[in-house]
Design a protein around this ligand. Structure first.
Ligand SMILES: [Zn+2]
Length: 194
């Protein structure tokens, strides 16, 4: 993530920078899931799980708003750069090296998580694995954008950033929608259980 943002910035690649912001958002979301799982595990013998469900909902909604805002901002600034494409500051080759490394790393992560998911029969991990695969595709879009830019089509890097911005916003929308739905489903299932 640090490499993506730093090299994305230094090598003038909007696409790589946008993908780095995506990785940062993933890190925040995964960190929250891990924190909630740990809290729920330690509270398993107490009847305070409902409270942690609420923390999870609030945390998910916060990250969701953050992702939507980040995605829109990425989309907006890359479109702004497309409009002012006269300033032909070409992308440096180091951005391509990082993007390719990220594709390989995230594809490896997909395979590793999927193998653990099968071993532990965890649907949460299966979802997480498919997310890693979509992250690899996002990095692939960044790489194609950088390649196009190096071949002389400066706009392709900005277009890649715009697509990744839409992907970030969509991820935020899905997360927020799920948290929103869950918070309405829960009281219904509690009354059904009584
Ligand atoms: Zn992601």
């Amino acid at each position: 993530m640090i490499m993506q943002i730093a090299i994305g910035w230094l090598a003038y690649s909007d696409g790589l920078l946008a993908d780095g912001v995506h990785t940062l958002a993933d890190l925040a979301a995964d960190g929250m899931v891990l924190a909630v799982l740990r809290l729920s595990a330690t509270a398993a013998h107490r009847s305070v799980n409902d409270q942690y469900d609420r923390y999870e909902t609030i945390g998910s909604l916060l990250i969701s708003f953050l992702l939507i805002a980040t995605g829109m901002e990425t989309l907006w600034s890359s479109l702004g750069h497309v409009a002012s494409a006269a300033t032909t500051s070409s992308v440096h080759a180091s951005a391509l090296v990082v993007a390719v490394f990220v594709i390989v790393a995230k594809e490896a992560l997909f395979r590793y998580i999927m193998s653990v998911a099968k071993r532990t029969r965890s649907t949460l991990l299966v979802a997480s694995a498919w997310h890693a695969r979509s992250d690899a595709i996002s990095a692939l879009i960044a790489a194609v954008g950088i390649l196009g830019c190096m071949a002389g089509l400066v706009i392709s890097d900005r277009l890649a950033a715009a697509i990744i911005g839409i992907m970030i916003a969509r991820m935020g929308f899905n997360l927020g929608w799920k948290a929103f739905k869950d918070s309405f489903d829960r009281p219904a299932s509690e009354t059904a259980g009584q």
